[in-house]
Ligand binder design. Structure first.
Ligand SMILES: Nc1ncnc2c1ncn2[C@@H]1O[C@H](COP(=O)(O)OP(=O)(O)OP(=O)(O)O)[C@@H](O)[C@H]1O
Ligand SMILES: C[C@@](O)(CCOP(=O)(O)OP(=O)(O)O)CC(=O)O
Length: 403
């Protein structure tokens, strides 16, 4: 290795959005390579509101690979981290920085160790797809550091081995994860259906029910569904292939009624599969489990009556929008102007919202004050980016340790 005497640290910092599936991935045909039993489609969310920032650093003074997640050191010994590190290292290339006297040869990367620090600006493992943004960001940042020349599609196949849904976060806008046929997973990659500007009046409101960790992880849940649910088999073979085509068309045509109907139906079927699993999984009813996704569409809200048109994914969210609205803690993160555009400035404006027609005459007697902790108002967003501003790095440029 060149320039052994010099004590340099080379770093790269990236920011990567999370994504939310509108046609869901649920079930693997290969657990190690993370190969799914059906295609899925997602919307990448605006990284200004929901994202992961990851700094990766390399130095010959580092004695082993180390990682800090949200300030706490975590083990990298797990198979998923090891797969991502191995796959990226094997594609690394020479890195030259004449000014700083850094010369790393392709073959050096196998012996060099990395430090990784990552921060999620939203709760980890609470159903907000932290693993998606996290592994996509890790792979993207390492690829930049190690001068990996593969395109986003190839990188998506590496991120997939960290967490399935992570492959979709390598692109912005509307993304399809093609399940592929290869036993080695080379064709199980993400492709972009449309970029983040394609449908610029689509608004996504995530109502966070609880920031606590889920009791059944997606990995365990979907494994049990594959083993026990006959409905999942029917879903992956008969239902999803048709729905994927319809969803692609709805996105292409910016056809909101079809988009919302398909997303609702798919979310409901996902929850039905969870119930059909033995033992059953309850993501929906237990408010400690999962955020409720509410997709809201504003057709130039400023020009219309000023009333938001909430379209819900799932029955629980329907109830939330309609009857619980005045009991929500009105705490909004993200782009508050989205609600302000709709004439909602304060709690009294929320209370004045009419319940949706579906729940008229069917108002449950029980009221759950404070079920929704907060909202995140967001939009379709761009894919991963490298942050050039070194002050945003999560590792010290001199020590390579977390700031
Ligand atoms: N920023 C990150 N960088 C690398 N890995 C991360 C990061 N954030 C989370 N992870 C990994 O993802 C795991 C959480 O994934 P998990 O699938 O349980 O939750 P989730 O992704 O938040 O929820 P869901 O998949 O249901 O949407 C963490 O334990 C950690 O291993
Ligand atoms: C319900 C989902 O969010 C499941 C996501 O599962 P993960 O991608 O977290 O699972 P692993 O591949 O085991 O890491 C649906 C989706 O995002 O498509």
């Amino acid at each position: 290795m060149a320039n052994k005497s010099q004590n340099w640290i080379l770093m790269a910092t990236a920011q990567t959005p999370t994504n939310i599936a509108v046609i869901k991935y649920w079930g693997k045909r290969d657990e190690t390579l993370i190969l799914p039993i059906n295609d899925s489609i997602s919307v990448t969310l605006d990284p200004d509101h929901l994202c992961t920032t990851t700094t990766v650093a390399v130095s010959r003074s580092f004695e082993k690979d180390r990682m800090w997640l949200n300030g706490k050191e975590i083990s990298l010994s797990g198979g998923r981290y090891q797969s991502c590190l191995r796959e990226i290292r094997s594609r690394a290339n020479d890195v030259e920085d004449e000014e700083r006297g850094i010369h790393i040869l392709k073959q050096d990367w196998e012996k060099l160790h990395v430090h990784i620090a990552s921060y999620n600006n939203f709760p980890t493992a609470a159903g907000l797809a932290s693993s998606a943004a996290g592994f996509a960001c890790l792979v993207f940042a390492l690829a930049k550091l190690m001068n990996v020349k593969e395109d986003q599609g190839k990188l998506s196949a590496i991120a997939r081995q960290g967490s399935g849904s992570a492959c979709r976060s390598l692109y912005g806008g509307f993304v399809k994860w093609v399940m592929g046929n290869d036993v080695n997973g080379s064709d199980s990659v993400a492709v972009q259906l449309a970029n983040d500007t394609h449908w610029d009046d689509l608004v996504i409101i995530v109502a966070v029910v609880s920031s606590r960790q889920k009791e059944t992880s997606s990995t365990t849940g979907m494994r049990e569904s594959v083993e026990t649910s006959a409905l999942l088999y029917h879903r992956s073979k008969e239902v999803v292939p048709k729905r994927i085509l319809q969803m692609e068309e709805a996105i292409q045509n910016r056809d909101f009624p079809s988009f919302a109907q398909l997303a609702c139906a798919d979310s409901n079927q996902f929850h039905a599969v969870c119930l059909d699993t033995c033992p059953p999984i309850f993501y929906m009813n237990d408010t400690s489990h999962r955020q409720v996704l509410i997709i809201s569409y504003i057709e130039k809200w400023n020009r219309s009556e000023g009333t938001p048109q909430f379209i819900r994914v799932g029955k629980e969210s329907m109830l939330n929008v309609g009857t619980k609205v005045s009991y929500w803690m009105f705490y909004v993160l993200g782009d508050k102007s989205i609600l302000q555009d709709a004439g909602i400035e304060a709690m009294k404006d929320v209370e004045a919202l009419p319940p949706p027609p579906e729940i008229k005459g069917n108002i449950p007697s029980q009221k759950y004050k404070g079920d929704v902790s907060y909202f995140i108002c967001t939009r379709p967003g761009r894919g991963p980016v490298l942050l050039a501003d070194e002050s945003l790095a999560l590792l010290h440029p001199k020590t390579g340790m977390p700031k």
